[in-house]
Design a protein around this ligand. Structure first.
Ligand code: GLU
Length: 471
């Protein structure tokens, strides 16, 4: 693909201290769109609000992006660092007569609005300086305003919302440079998107009206307009704007809840975008399928059940060693100690069956308990009940059968089932004490799976510990 045609998307978060799930979804859509088309996906930190834009707040965004696996091209751009360039463009607009210096004071603007209100007119400020000759300019502070058209319409062809029209009479001469010469958000976004070569602006539909106003700057600079795609907000399950009330809104909270990044990507992709009836898909499929046409016009509702479900499918489908790596990152995120090498080794060997039944890393850790603990296994209160004297007797009697068994699934099944048959015992009568002995829990993976993973010596050791207990 030639550079001139290359698709360039971006995510442009303002650092707020955490990465909102809506920002993550917007980032994902931009990432999928670019990655599926050999394009570039850029990151710009909109850090012009100096109070909120702390290094920690920026880090929270970078961490969220990295956890979700949304890699960006080139260096992340700081909007604040580009202020000189924004001023330069404002000056160009002044030179072109597309912008003007406005010396109106706050009091004058307030008085204008008050008068307009009482006369029932639009309160959009109409500056007396719009057409004033520079000779009349006082030596006083001023802002730079765009000279917005007053007649006709501004039309945005939005890839999601369709054709959206604004009466120019409703658009005001927005400020581009404040009186301290700092650029406004409206100016900075346009200049940055243009300079970064952004071809497609996919963002929340709370920015739709901004697109109309921003397009005025593009036109005044003779810059090509990007393709706009304004995506609907994410709602909570009750149809109200997603908020803390509904549960977690920050991306990192989902990491701490143990969702795998692939499951999260799949879920977020489905949140407001669809490809036929496909629910579960891989990254490669999402990249191939993702298109602006598939973005829904109606707001999507967050569905925790669906997230769980997709998460479980991604855990099951993932490669064992990749899951182990992600599990360790999860433990670090929840500030739990890392696995020892022995534990990691055990988890890896158990992974083929652990992953079949875990929807999250928390569940995986829980099911892996038997390889994470060491002798002596301390049974929890429930499983202790399965180690009464009768059960301990059963374990003692089972021991020689296991000592002689071949350590394979067939061999172990044969030994345990054969023992059950000769004793006239139901398998549960043996399995429950075994679970207690091997894991100290009542809900565990299958006893055969556990024995295979920990091996003969450890199995017999744990059984011996449990069988020998008095009580
Ligand atoms: N910084 C804006 C925000 O966080 C996004 C601006 C844009 O995408 O154009 O909402």
């Amino acid at each position: 693909m030639q550079d001139a045609e290359q698709i360039v998307t971006r995510i442009a978060p303002s650092p707020t201290g955490f990465m909102h799930i809506g920002t993550a979804r917007t980032a994902l859509f931009n990432w999928l769109y670019a990655r599926g088309r050999g394009g570039k996906f850029l990151l710009r930190i909109e850090d012009t609000d100096r109070e909120r834009s702390t290094p920690e707040a920026t880090d929270a965004i970078l961490r969220g992006m990295r956890w979700l696996g949304l890699d960006w091209d080139d260096e992340a751009v700081s909007q604040f660092a580009r202020a000189d360039r924004h001023v330069e463009v404002a000056n160009t607009l002044l030179e072109r007569g597309a912008a003007y210096k406005c010396f109106a004071t706050q009091e004058e603007i307030a008085a204008f609005r008050e008068e307009a209100r009482s006369a029932g007119r639009s309160t959009n400020f109409r500056s007396p300086w719009r057409d004033a000759s520079p000779d009349t300019h006082p030596d006083a502070p001023y802002v730079v305003r765009i000279k917005a058209p007053r007649d006709g319409e501004t039309v945005i062809e939005d890839a999601v919302q369709g054709t959206v029209r604004w009466k120019n009479a409703d658009l005001d001469d927005m400020v581009l440079l404040r009186s301290d010469s700092t650029p406004t958000y409206m100016l900075a976004v346009v200049v940055d998107d243009h300079d970064m070569g952004v071809t497609h602006v996919i963002r929340g539909d709370d920015h739709l009206a901004n697109a109309a106003r921003q397009s005025l700057i593009y036109h005044a600079m003779d810059w090509p307009l990007p393709v706009y795609a304004h995506i609907p907000l994410i709602l909570g399950p009750d149809g109200k704007k997603l908020s803390k009330r509904h549960g977690a809104t920050g991306v990192e909270e989902y990491q701490k809840m143990g969702y795998p990044a692939a499951g999260m990507r799949n879920y977020l992709a489905r949140l407001g975008w669809s490809h036929g009836d496909d629910e579960f898909f891989t990254d490669a499929q999402a990249r191939e399928w993702f298109d602006l046409d598939g973005i829904n016009k109606a707001a999507a509702r967050f569905d925790f059940k669906k997230l769980q479900n997709l998460s479980g499918q991604h855990v099951a489908a993932a490669e064992d060693s990749a899951l182990l790596t992600e599990l360790r990152a999860y433990l670090a995120a929840i500030q739990e100690p890392d696995l020892t090498e022995a534990q990691a080794d055990g988890v890896l060997r158990a992974m083929p069956f652990l992953k079949e039944r875990a929807k999250t890393f928390g569940e995986l850790v829980d099911k892996a308990h038997f390889v994470l603990t060491t002798r002596p296994i301390v049974p929890d209160a429930k499983s202790e009940k399965n180690l009464d004297s009768v059960s301990r007797g059963i374990l003692t009697e089972l021991t020689p059968h296991l000592q002689n068994a071949s350590w394979s699934r067939d061999g172990l099944e044969e030994a345990v089932n054969g023992f059950a048959e000769t004793k006239g015992l139901k398998l549960g009568k043996i399995a429950q004490p075994l679970r207690a002995a091997l894991a100290g829990r009542t809900a565990t993976p299958s006893v055969f799976d556990m024995m295979l993973v920990i091996g003969r010596e450890e199995t017999l050791g744990r059984i011996n510990d449990a069988a020998g207990q008095s009580g």
